[in-house]
Design a protein around this ligand. Structure first.
Ligand SMILES: Nc1nc2c(c(=O)[nH]1)N[C@H]1C(S)=C(S)[C@@H](COP(=O)(O)O)O[C@H]1N2
Ligand SMILES: [Mo]
Length: 201
């Protein structure tokens, strides 16, 4: 893959003054494929998505029901803990806040666990899933997500390292106490902020 360490984009700053390229990262224009194990077979005809745990209303959606929800677009950067970053990704899908509005988290809900087909899990503080950039996405740069990149649907939490963006997502569980997901159990950080290099716990 092509690495452009002197690309002028790497010198840009964000609105909050932090550098656009987090410390220890290098910019790539490719899109590496990274996951543990094999790509699960996910059939849209039998696909379901669940929101469960500490919610007033458990939600189960079929693929058609999910696609009938209001769709949104966002643009954000990817930062992988293995040090590659990819800028300006255009995503389409459903904003997580819009789904949470249907499920209505209970007051004691503080963390989300993303569950994927194939068994992968990852944990994200509920407070950091608010905002229109946090989504469940089915398209990238105008094309449906390929299976290798998490199609038909993946999570997207761009303020955290990319392992927090679960591929082949099948549900979100809301819990009161933080619980390690797959990589977190193997020593990755429970939080995963790229700007403070929360790589390993
Ligand atoms: N289901 C699942 N999601 C996953 C992973 C995985 O192993 N399984 N790996 C994570 C990691 S470590 C990274 S860096 C990104 C990679 O996404 P990409 O292959 O689309 O670049 O997916 C994340 N989501
Ligand atoms: Mo990763």
């Amino acid at each position: 893959m092509a690495l452009f360490t002197r690309d002028p984009r790497t010198l840009e700053a964000r609105d909050d003054g932090r550098p656009r390229l987090p410390p220890g990262q290098r910019l790539t224009d490719g899109w590496p494929v990274l996951h543990y194990g094999s790509i699960p077979k996910v059939d849209r005809a039998t696909w379901t998505f669940h929101i469960f745990g500490l919610v007033e209303q458990e939600i189960t959606l079929t693929w058609d029901e999910f696609m009938a929800l209001p769709q949104s677009n966002s643009r954000s950067d990817i930062h992988c803990v293995t040090t590659w970053s990819k800028f300006d990704n255009d995503w389409e899908g459903v904003v997580i806040d819009d789904l949470l509005a249907l499920a209505r988290p209970k007051p004691e809900a503080a963390h989300a666990i993303f569950h994927s087909y194939g068994g992968y899990t990852t944990n994200v503080p509920l407070a950091e899933m608010h905002g229109p950039e946090n989504m469940l996405v089915h398209s990238h740069d105008g094309a449906p997500l390929t299976p290798e990149h998490g199609g038909p649907l993946r999570g997207l939490v761009p303020s955290l390292y990319f392992w927090k963006s679960a591929k082949w997502v099948r549900g979100i569980e809301l819990v009161a106490e933080d619980r390690a997901g797959f990589w977190e159990m193997y020593g990755y950080h429970m939080h995963g902020d790229p700007w403070t290099e929360e790589r390993y716990g």
